[in-house]
Design a protein around this ligand. Structure first.
Ligand SMILES: [Zn+2]
Length: 335
């Protein structure tokens, strides 16, 4: 095989091919990507996407050639059907979007098992082409895994828990990168928080690997500094809250827990690791034994103090307040 033949051969293998499923016999437009061609319906795309709707309303876009007209640009048709090139979109990503639109059960947005690549493709492409319902569903799905109130966040914040076909910790940077690009503001505070709880070396590696926007990285690093300061303030006030907690518990121990309790390595909590400041963790690892009654009072006193850190989180990462985020999220999920 000479060089020209080899080049032609490579050209042939690179040519996009009709998709196995989304090549619908009565489709009236072909979408072209790097690896797949999709034969779908203008009416269906227009129903879901304002971008495609406007595109198809433009003269000479997505219109078939008049019969006998052979002067049209051959690149704009495929087997006589109008062809739209989706430059820069990966075939696999477009497949996820189109199958979500065409197959009711393709994307279960109530669950947490959707592969991370699919979730990200849906978020990016639904934003790019304004598939409003798909976007609302996928933002709702991600927000359930990165909740905006502290108790809910704590309940899912387990680094080794499975999420989107991976381990939870391995999702954060990809999702932050996608949410930032897709301007999904309601997802950003908790995604920033999740990413901020790594050490700097892992943050730099993770953000590089996930192609996080430089401005987003800067917000993350500055926010992380602020988070550490807020956590240190919280830790310094723990002794006071522990004393208050024990004092109000009505402790029956003799001598009372107020006289007996000791701290163990409290300074180890002065890091970016927000989850280690949970009342339960502090009591388990940093407070010498107190009675069960005092434990519950101390735990709730510490949790109250953590709320003050939580309140600061949106501002630390240059996001609107929790209240505004909540209103926006309600608007999206109820749309
Ligand atoms: Zn006690």
């Amino acid at each position: 095989m000479d060089v020209d033949e080899q080049h032609r051969d490579e050209e042939m293998t690179r040519k996009p091919k009709p998709h196995d499923i989304l090549w619908l016999p009565d489709g009236n437009v072909v979408l072209a990507t790097d690896v797949y061609l999709f034969r779908v319906h203008k009416s269906v795309l227009s129903l879901h996407s304002s971008v495609f709707k406007s595109m198809f309303e433009l003269p000479n876009v997505g219109q078939p050639l008049a019969e006998g007209n052979t002067t049209g640009n051959a690149r704009d048709t495929f087997e006589g059907l109008p062809l739209v090139n989706l430059f820069g979109d990966k075939g696999e990503d477009v497949e996820h979007l189109l199958r979500t639109v065409y197959e009711l059960r393709y994307h279960d947005y109530h669950g947490s098992n959707t592969p991370c690549d699919t979730v990200i493709a849906l978020l990016i492409l639904s934003t790019k082409y304004d598939f409003k319902d798909v976007r609302a569903n996928v933002i709702t799905q991600i927000s359930k895994q990165y909740p905006i109130n502290l108790q809910d966040y704590d309940s899912v914040d387990d680094e080794n828990a499975p999420l989107f076909g991976m381990v939870r910790d391995d999702c954060h940077f990809d999702l932050l990168s996608a949410a930032y690009k897709a301007e999904a503001h309601v997802l950003l505070p908790t995604l920033y928080l999740a990413c901020a709880t790594f050490d700097i070396r892992d943050i730099l590696a993770g953000t590089r690997c996930s192609a996080v926007d430089p401005e987003c990285l800067q917000i993350l690093l500055e926010g992380r500094d602020g988070l550490v300061s807020a956590i240190i303030d919280c830790i310094w006030s723990i002794p006071e809250f522990v004393r208050k907690g024990i004092a109000s518990s009505g402790c029956c121990q003799v001598p009372s827990c107020l006289e007996k309790f000791r701290y163990v390595r409290l300074s180890h909590l002065c890091t970016e690791n927000f989850s280690s400041t949970r009342g339960k963790s502090v009591i388990a690892f940093h407070l010498s034994p107190t009675c069960m009654l005092c434990r519950s009072f101390v735990e709730s006193a510490i949790e109250k103090e953590r709320e003050t850190v939580w309140k600061k989180i949106p501002a630390l990462f240059k996001c609107p307040s929790w209240q505004v985020i909540k209103e926006n999220l309600d608007e999206i999920t109820n749309s």
